[in-house]
Design a protein around this ligand. Structure first.
Ligand code: NAD
Length: 348
């Protein structure tokens, strides 16, 4: 299968590209603009393999995207390109609307034009990769299912919700074979250091304060990125057009407990003359901070036979070790792109 992967130089897109090429032997054509979050070093493990193509383009560039479809004649699109950081969406939402909404619209229209003139129409798939944040916040009980009403809180999740609606409308109105996936918070290797887990690991390594928003009791449902990549590989071949699949690993954790677990691994792997727990620092909460996310993934499990392989305990240990062993990957980012400063406070 030849798959067009947008955002393939990002955190999840690179895991998907590595998995599709190395494990599933798909051909992968990556389209990525290489924003601050895109990094070709994340593709190094597969860049010299057969079946790897990289094209640097903006998904909003209609002519470039039409040309990519015409040149490569893909069997499927897995659309991950997006602005993805909630804090950045609070202080600068424009690029989120442009990339997440207009970029998705551009791809859906390009796919429609391509299928109108292609022999691939019967088996083509367009997987639109989204987030559980479109459902808003849960109270202490309950889980997000595929029928939970949308109620996004942040500019990021509002633009992802808008793009999900476009993708579903293109399926219903034009018959484009779209599948939407909504996944919980990912973690794992090659994660850009602005996100909670890599930020805490790298600050701990530098003996800097470990910022925890509010009282740390907000709950996220963590999924190892390679489990997400495996789920998307299955959805690509077994998912039904017009359907939505929630993806999550049943790993709900309070933010403070995630931070404490990382501190304990750092005490273990890199002991210093005091505990890393002493570095925890509670800071002003994120505006509009959703209280709790939790995914019911039983549809994906029962219909497609997917199971998460990593528990949070196995995955977080591997992730801490990966950062300790891979300074070559993150050091240029910490030095030149993002050094740990607070993002996303509302300006007057
Ligand atoms: P990321 O920020 O790490 O990567 C995004 C990639 O998209 C980067 O390589 C960037 O260069 C590229 N990109 C951005 N704007 C572009 C444009 N206009 N044209 C072409 N390429 C562009 O994001 P991620 O965490 O890997 O997330 C990937 C997708 O998965 C996103 O759609 C996100 O909403 C979704 N998602 C993320 C999570 C999570 O926990 N990270 C959870 C569920 C869903």
């Amino acid at each position: 299968m030849r798959v067009l992967v947008t955002g393939g130089a990002g955190f999840i897109g690179s895991a998907v590209s590595r998995h599709f090429i190395a494990d599933l032997e798909h051909e992968v054509v990556i389209v990525d603009k290489l924003t601050y979050a895109g990094n070709l070093a994340s593709l190094a493990p597969v860049a010299s393999r057969d079946g790897y193509v990289f094209e640097r383009h903006d998904i909003c560039d209609v002519a470039a995207i039409d040309a990519i479809f015409a040149k490569y004649q893909p069997d499927a699109v897995v659309h991950l390109a997006a602005e993805s950081h909630v804090d950045r969406s609070i202080s600068g939402s424009d690029v989120f609307v442009t990339t997440n909404v207009m970029g998705t619209f551009t791809l859906l229209e390009a796919a429609r034009r391509y299928l109108a003139s292609s022999r691939k129409a019967a088996d083509f798939r367009f997987i639109h990769v989204s987030t559980d944040e479109v459902y808003g916040s849960l109270g202490d009980d309950g889980l997000f299912t595929e029928t939970t009403p949308y109620d996004p809180s942040s500019p990021y999740s509002a633009t992802k919700a808008a793009s999900d609606h476009l993708a579903k409308a293109w399926q219903r109105t034009y018959g484009l074979p779209v599948i939407v996936s909504n996944c919980s918070n990912n973690y794992g290797p090659y994660h850009f250091p602005e996100k909670l887990i890599p930020l805490i690991i790298l600050n701990a390594l530098d003996r800097m304060p470990l910022p925890v928003y509010g009282d740390g009791s907000n709950v996220r449902d963590w999924l190892h990125v390679e489990d997400h990549a495996r789920a998307l590989g299955l959805i690509l071949v077994k998912g039904r057009p017009g359907e939505t699949y929630n993806i999550g690993g049943r790993n709900e954790r309070k933010n403070i407990d995630v931070v404490r677990q990382i501190c304990s691994w750092m005490d273990n792997f890199r002991p210093i003359n005091h505990s890393h727990h002493d570095l925890v620092s509670f800071v002003t909460d994120r505006p509009g901070h959703d209280r709790r996310y939790a995914i019911d993934a039983s549809k994906l499990e029962s219909e497609l036979g997917w199971r998460a392989r990593e528990t949070f305990e196995t995955g977080i240990e591997k992730t801490v070790r990966w950062y300790l062993d891979n300074a070559d990957w993150w050091k240029p980012l910490r030095d030149k792109v993002y050094s740990g400063e607070r993002l996303g406070l509302v300006k007057a």
